[in-house]
Design a protein around this ligand. Structure first.
Ligand code: ATP
Ligand code: MG
Length: 405
């Protein structure tokens, strides 16, 4: 079996790296995602290489060949080569010597099959010779790839005990590459050990969650996770119909070709309670930006305001997200279109205009200006003349109130 030919295999930068790392005529091998994706006909994003050479030797050889070598994960044996502005992660073959579910102590190895055995899923443990394109498959990854079957290498329970993060990786890779029901043995093992996720750092959990939600369509996987109790330990607040909510959102995203956004997708599965969302964001140590977006979405979910009115107060992007998330089926498309090519207008009246119209400088100006703006928003941002009329009316009211007080 050969890797299908494709342009990334002819990248001169890859060729120089491969040449520098040849051992007894044997090139390093492409491994993991690149092989898997190439076989599936998906565009290859990152090329990872595996080599029996130890990391210091990898760096030495790369530098001797004029390629920049960055020791990105020297403990784990990873060196990043930067050639012609392209990067390649080069990892020394290794075996896990001890694992505690959170981190592994590794030992360098020279055996390809041993290196394959410590990887998570059979479809992620395929290797390819970058020159002959020959594929090396030690655990039936090719067959599983053809069947769209995401399966742990070896005993699912043991593999999860070694590294609890694999519970979440299971659902992410199943959502991405699986077809049909998730592997039964893996699901049972994941459900049984799901409380162990608590032992992981919140950053790692949040990062996996982010990646899961970025998959083209994670809705079924998320519902399966919910039903299996996987969220109990780190996101018990998730809404019970999260799968359905996500599915509806994704239908809409596809209808308008919106790129998936983690905030929007997370917004679909979290309760619409901004105080609670704030607590969840703090617990999962989400970035400030994501937290702010999520709070905005929760606070305005189901708002009676139109899409343009929302855009005026929280920005076009958040308003778009809210339309996709919470508008009723009958009018979400019209609301979404109302934002296309529309720029958020600027309120055309200034405090000075109100003073010119007769208000005395002071707090009454700000108050009247705010009332005029509210009216202008309620009337859907009418142009200059009508805005001036609104200002006239409110100034007259303010003056009348002043006279009467
Ligand atoms: P992606 O396209 O998401 O980057 P990938 O297969 O490259 O997919 P990575 O998370 O980048 O996935 O990991 C690279 C490879 O390292 C995997 O293909 C897998 O072989 C191995 N790997 C990564 N994380 C684990 C883990 N927790 N346990 C075992 N093997 C892992
Ligand atoms: Mg990768």
């Amino acid at each position: 079996m050969q890797l299908p030919d494709s342009s990334w295999l002819h990248d001169p930068a890859l060729a120089t790296v491969v040449k520098a790392l040849r051992v007894d005529e044997q090139p390093p091998r492409v491994v993991g995602g690149a092989v898997r994706d190439a076989l599936l006909g998906i565009e290859v994003a990152d090329v990872d290489l595996a080599t029996p050479l130890e990391p210091l030797e990898v760096s030495r050889r790369l530098e001797a060949a004029g390629i920049k070598a960055v020791p990105t994960g020297i403990d784990h044996g990873t060196v990043t080569a930067v050639a012609d502005g392209r990067t390649f992660e080069i990892t020394t073959l290794r075996r896990d010597v001890s694992t505690d579910g959170r981190r592994a102590t590794v030992e360098f190895a020279t055996d390809w099959m041993e290196d394959a055995a410590r990887r998570d899923f059979t479809i992620n443990a395929l290797y390819a010779d970058p020159e002959t394109r020959e594929i090396f498959d030690y655990f039936g990854g090719l067959a599983d790839l053809a069947d769209h079957h995401v399966r742990f290498i070896g005993d699912a329970e043991q593999r999860i005990a070694e590294d609890h993060l694999r519970i979440l990786r299971l659902f992410r890779f199943h959502a991405r590459f699986g077809q049909g029901a998730i592997d039964a043995e893996a699901l049972a093992a994941a459900a049984k050990h799901s409380s162990k996720l608590m032992a992981l750092s919140r950053e790692r959990i949040a990062d996996e969650l982010r990646k899961l939600l970025s998959v083209a369509n994670p809705s079924q996987a998320v519902q399966t996770m919910l039903d299996a109790g996987i969220f109990n330990s780190f996101l018990p607040e998730i809404v019970p119909d999260a799968g359905h909510k996500l599915a509806r959102l994704i239908d809409r995203e596809m209808a308008v070709a919106a790129t998936p956004s983690v905030a929007r997708r997370l917004g679909a599965v979290l309760p619409n309670d901004s105080a609670l969302v704030e607590k969840i964001a703090a617990r999962l140590k989400l970035s400030n930006r994501l937290r702010t977006e999520l709070i905005q979405l929760a606070a305005h979910h189901g708002s009676a305001q139109s899409a343009r009115q929302l855009a005026y107060s929280i920005g076009i992007e958040n308003a778009r997200d809210l339309v996709l998330l919470s508008c009723a089926e009958d009018y979400w498309r019209d609301e979404f279109s109302s934002l296309q090519g529309w720029d958020v207008p600027e309120f055309p009246i200034k405090g000075g205009d109100l003073i010119q119209k007769g208000l005395r400088a002071g707090p009454v100006v700000a108050k009247t200006l705010q009332a005029a703006e509210r009216q202008w928003i309620a009337e859907l941002f009418p142009a200059g003349p009508r805005a001036a009329e609104i200002a006239d009316q409110l100034v007259a009211e303010a003056l009348r109130a002043e006279r009467n007080s």
